[in-house]
Design a protein around this ligand. Structure first.
Ligand code: DX5
Ligand code: ZN
Length: 221
């Protein structure tokens, strides 16, 4: 079943890496549900972030669900490492997986939840065949690669369509939306059908992250 109330997932990408533990504590105190870890390889996306070592450090600081978003080519090579590092959910990109069904089954065989992410320029119809197998879809509302980008407005229609698709194919599946989420657009995103909001800049760069989280929650209840 999709979550009864909106799940909030701060992206560690926008946190202060000189005080990672403190940043995680801020998220935890703000009532965050997942810690979103953005893994970029400089190949699938034009940016490099961090690997399993940092995910392990994050996981060691919190009992929160570790939600790992692999923006990497050929993710099968590293999935096991990210599970061993403490990920509870692994999301791969549709665009990076020629054998998506195999990759999804592999993730599940390791005992964690399997997600597929889809870029703004990719049609949702490419997920038709895999939807019944998924625990979550991470719908990108920016082109992946960087935090702090502007929400692409056409994502709202795409979330609505995905919501309709899941009612038919897999009502339990969670819809997460990633990129440019703010206090201003969170309500529209949830009304369109999102269950989980990933927020990097809006949360960690806020003067008061707990207040921002509370505002988003109040608007999306
Ligand atoms: C984008 C990442 C996002 C991003 C979210 O490639 O997948 O998770 O860090 O950050 P904001 O909320 O700043 O768009
Ligand atoms: Zn992400």
């Amino acid at each position: 079943m999709p979550a009864p109330s909106t799940l909030l997932a701060p992206s560690i990408l926008s946190a202060d890496f000189t005080c990672l533990e403190r940043s995680i504590e801020i998220a935890s105190k703000a009532g965050a549900d997942w810690m979103h870890c953005d893994i970029m390889d400089g190949n699938f996306v034009p940016n490099i972030t961090f690997g399993p070592f940092i995910v392990q450090a994050v996981a060691s600081c919190t009992p929160m669900i570790i939600d790992t978003h692999l923006m990497i080519s050929d993710p099968d090579r590293f999935i096991e490492d990210f599970v061993k590092a403490g990920s509870h959910q692994i999301t791969v990109h549709q665009e990076a997986c020629p054998h998506l069904h195999r990759t999804v089954q592999f993730i599940k065989s390791l005992g964690v939840k399997a997600g597929v992410s889809i870029n703004p320029g990719t049609s949702l119809s490419t997920l038709d065949a895999i939807l019944p197998d998924l625990d979550l879809v991470l719908l990108m509302s920016v082109n992946p690669g960087f935090g702090g980008q502007k929400f692409i407005p056409s994502s709202i229609g795409k979330i609505r369509l995905l919501h309709d698709m899941r009612l038919q194919a897999n009502p339990q599946m969670v819809i997460a939306v990633d990129g440019g989420i703010t206090e201003e657009n969170a309500q529209a995103v949830v009304l369109a059908g999102a269950d989980a909001l990933i927020a990097g800049t809006a949360f960690f760069k806020s003067a008061d992250p707990a207040a921002t989280a509370a505002t988003i929650r109040a608007m999306t209840r």
